[in-house]
Design a protein. Structure first.
Length: 129
């Protein structure tokens, strides 16, 4: 797999260790659940009042009706195509928790059977208008 990083470096006030856990989980999941030989795309960009980081990969993905379950503690999607991949079901829960501790939010979108993209936004610390 190849990891492609797009965007410019942007600064936020955040706990470096917690943000490392967030990124490790998102990129690690992209590697674990992505298709061999495909690209993982990490994008960093400024959005209104925040910095947004997206991690996208091609692979089995998740049906959209299951998206709300992904960030709950100990939850794992059961799909026979993923039975060989091990996990505890806490990675995305921690992602959501740590991002929210920073006043941010998380989300997911994708096309089942093709791709999935997880994203998070954390406030950029700029004064509001």
């Amino acid at each position: 797999m190849r990891v492609e990083v797009a965007g410019e470096p942007l600064a936020v006030e955040a706990d470096a260790d917690l943000m490392r856990v967030v990124l490790d989980n998102l990129v690690g999941n992209a590697v674990k659940y992505g298709l061999a030989g495909t690209e993982i795309r990490v994008t960093v960009r400024k959005v209104e009042g925040a910095v947004r980081v997206e991690v996208r990969n091609e692979g089995v993905g998740v049906p959209s009706e299951r998206f709300p379950e992904l960030f709950t503690k100990f939850h794992r999607i059961h799909d026979p195509r993923l039975s060989s991949r091990k996990g505890t079901g806490v990675g995305l829960y921690l992602v959501k928790h740590f991002v929210e501790l920073h006043g941010g939010r998380v989300g997911v979108d994708g096309e089942y059977g093709k791709w999935i993209r997880f994203w998070f936004e954390v406030p950029d610390g700029a004064p509001s208008a």
